[in-house]
Design a protein around this ligand. Structure first.
Ligand code: ZN
Length: 519
C-alpha cells in the first residue's frame, strides 16, 4: 500500500499542522472513549456501568467542545487560507472540509435538545426493557412518542435533505436519499419475494448437526483460525467473547473483535467471527497516514472510525461473512479443517450437507437471528416504519399493528406478541434510526465482490485455493485504504463504475438459493 506523507512537497505549513494537531486530540478523546466502551463490554464488572457511562459521556462532550472551540475554528480558517492554492483533489482540502462540515453540523443542534434527548434516552431504555419483559407495547409508547418528537426537532435543526428522515440518516449513512431507498428496496422486494415464497414450499436441507454440542473452546479456536485465514491480522488485533459481538478500533494498529458462542448452535460463533473480522480488516486497511486525522474520525457522529459509513462498513463484514464465508469454494477448502476440529459432531455429515445447512433460509420473527435472504425484509419493514414515524404519518399507538402487517407482508408469518415483534430492538429507545445501512451494506458487498472477480481473475483463482490475499488487496486498494476520504457513493463509483445497484446482489441470492434448494 502506498502511503502519503503530508508536507513532503514542502507546501504544508504551520497552520495546517495546527489543525491536524487539534483534530488529532479530538481523535484521542474519541479513541479513549472507544477503549472504555470495549472494556465495559468485555472485562468490566457490571457494577462499573454507571461511572463508566459518565466517563464516556465526559470524553464525548470534551471532543465536541474541542471541535466547536475557538481554537479549532481559528486553526481551520488559517489552514484553509494556507492550503487554498493547492490543487482541487488534494487530500488536505478534504481534511479541512470534514472539519468545517462537522462544526456546522454540531452548531445547528441546540444543546438543550441534545440534553433532553440524553435524559430521555436513559428513561426510555428502562421503559423499553420493562415493556419487552412484559411484552406490552403500551408501557413504552409514551416515551417513544417523546423521543420521536425530539428526533423531529433535531431533524428540523439539522436541515439536511428533503425529508426529516434524511436529516437523521446523515449521521449514519450520509447522502442517503429517500427516493433512492425506495427504488433500491422496491427492486430488492421484487427480486427476493419470489425466492422467499419458493423456499417456503421447498424441502428444507438437513441441519440437525448444527445443533449438536460443540464445546465453546473448540468453537472459539476454529473461528479465530478462520478469521486469521481470511486476513484478520492478530498482530494488530485482538479477539474476545461477549454477549453482543462487535468490532472496535483504536487506530489501524489496534483493532479488536468479539464473538459470542452457543454450545448448541455452531454457526453463531464462526460466522459472527468472520463478520467482525470483515469489519476489522476495513479498519486495519486504512492508510497509516490517516491515523489521528479527520479521515479516521467521524467528526459528525463523534466516533473514532476509519470506515466511511455504516453501510460501507457492513459491506466489508457481509462480504467476508457471506459472499466468501458461506460459499461453496470456502467449504471445499475448509470443511476438512472443520472435521478435524469437530470430528464427532460432523462425523456423519458431508461437505455438501454442511454447505446447504449453513445457507438454509427460513422466515423468522427476530432480526438478529434471520438468515441471509430474509434479513433484508426485517430491515425494509423497519425503514418503512422509521420514516413514517419521523414524518408523522404513522402514530405511535398504531405501531404494533403496522409492524405486524409488514411482517405478514414481507415474511409471510404472524407476529405472536410485542416482545417478538415491535419491541425486539433497543435502537428506537435511544432515538437511533437508520436500519437501512445493513441492506445498503449487503448490496454494496455483492457489487464490490462482483466487480473484483470480473476485473482480476487472480481473485477467483485465489478463492478456489483458499488464498484470500488477492481479494483483500483489491478491497484495500478500492475501499479500505481511503478511510473517510471519499463518500460511500464515490467509493462505489470509483470501484465499480456506478452507485448502489441491487442487480449483483439479486443475482447472487438467486444463484445461491437455487443451488441450495434446487429451485
Ligand atoms: Zn456488522
Amino acid at each position: 500500500m502506498k502511503t502519503r506523507q503530508y508536507g513532503e512537497k514542502g507546501q504544508t505549513g504551520m497552520a495546517y499542522a495546527q489543525l491536524m494537531d487539534v483534530t488529532g486530540r479530538i481523535n484521542d478523546f474519541l479513541n479513549a472513549a472507544n477503549i472504555l466502551n470495549w472494556d465495559s463490554r468485555t472485562m468490566m464488572p457490571r457494577a462499573g456501568a454507571e461511572t463508566r457511562g459518565q466517563q464516556v459521556a465526559t470524553l464525548s462532550v470534551a471532543a465536541r467542545d474541542l471541535l466547536c472551540s475557538d481554537e479549532t475554528r481559528r486553526a481551520l480558517e488559517s489552514a484553509e487560507a494556507e492550503i487554498s492554492g493547492l490543487p482541487e483533489g488534494d487530500v488536505r482540502h478534504t481534511m479541512a472540509q470534514h472539519v468545517r462540515e462537522a462544526i456546522e453540523y454540531h452548531e445547528r443542534i441546540p444543546t438543550s435538545v441534545l440534553r433532553r434527548k440524553e435524559e430521555l434516552a436513559g428513561v426510555a431504555h428502562d421503559l423499553w426493557a420493562d415493556a419487552r419483559a412484559a411484552s406490552d407495547f403500551s408501557i413504552f409508547a409514551p416515551a417513544l412518542e417523546k423521543m420521536i418528537e425530539i428526533n423531529r426537532e433535531m431533524a428540523a435543526a439539522i436541515g439536511i435533505g428533503s425529508h426529516p428522515y434524511e436529516s437523521l440518516l446523515h449521521k449514519l449513512e450520509p447522502g442517503t436519499r429517500i427516493e433512492d431507498l425506495d427504488v433500491l428496496f422496491g427492486r430488492l422486494r421484487d427480486g427476493m419475494l419470489p425466492l422467499v415464497r419458493a423456499i417456503g414450499e421447498a424441502e428444507q436441507p438437513r441441519s440437525d448437526f448444527l445443533y449438536r454440542h460443540y464445546p465453546a473452546k473448540d468453537q472459539l479456536a476454529f473461528a479465530l483460525k478462520m478469521a486469521k485465514r481470511i486476513g484478520f491480522d492478530t498482530d494488530r488485533g485482538r479477539y474476545d467473547t461477549t454477549v453482543h459481538p462487535f468490532e472496535v478500533s483504536f487506530t489501524r494498529n489496534d483493532v479488536r473483535i468479539t464473538t459470542r458462542v452457543s454450545e448448541n448452535y455452531m454457526p453463531m460463533c464462526l460466522f459472527g467471527a468472520l463478520h467482525e473480522a470483515g469489519h476489522a480488516m476495513y479498519e486495519q486497511g486504512v492508510d497509516p497516514a490517516y491515523t489521528r486525522t479527520p479521515l479516521a474520525t467521524d467528526l459528525i457522529g463523534l466516533y473514532a472510525v476509519g470506515g466511511v459509513s455504516y453501510g460501507a462498513h457492513e459491506s466489508q463484514s457481509r462480504l467476508w461473512e457471506n459472499q466468501v464465508g458461506r460459499s461453496r469454494e470456502f467449504w471445499a477448502n475448509h470443511f476438512g479443517e472443520a472435521r478435524d476440529a469437530f470430528g464427532d459432531q460432523l462425523a456423519d455429515v458431508s461437505e455438501d450437507e454442511f454447505f446447504r445447512a449453513i445457507n438454509r433460509s427460513m422466515p423468522s420473527l427476530i432480526r438478529v437471528e434471520a438468515d441471509e435472504l430474509t434479513y433484508d425484509f426485517h430491515i425494509m419493514l423497519r425503514t418503512d416504519i422509521e420514516r413514517q414515524m419521523t414524518d408523522g404519518s404513522l402514530a405511535v399507538k398504531d405501531l404494533p399493528e403496522a409492524w405486524n402487517a409488514k411482517v405478514k407482508e414481507y415474511l409471510c408469518i404472524d407476529v405472536t406478541d410485542d416482545a417478538n415483534g415491535v419491541l425486539q430492538d433497543v435502537h428506537w429507545s435511544g432515538g437511533q434510526v437508520g436500519f437501512c445501512n445493513y441492506t445498503i451494506g449487503n448490496v454494496m458487498a455483492a457489487q464490490l465482490f462482483d466487480t473484483a472477480r470480473a476485473e482480476n481473475p487472480a481473485i477467483q483463482q485465489g478463492l478456489d485455493k483458499a488464498d484470500y490475499k488477492p481479494l483483500q488487496n483489491w478491497l484495500n486498494e478500492k475501499v479500505c485504504q481511503h478511510g473517510r476520504r471519499y463518500s460511500r457513493d464515490e467509493l462505489l463509483i470509483n470501484a465499480t463504475g456506478r452507485a448502489l445497484d441491487p442487480e449483483p446482489y439479486l443475482t447472487y441470492l438467486t444463484g445461491k438459493y437455487s443451488e441450495v434448494y434446487g429451485l
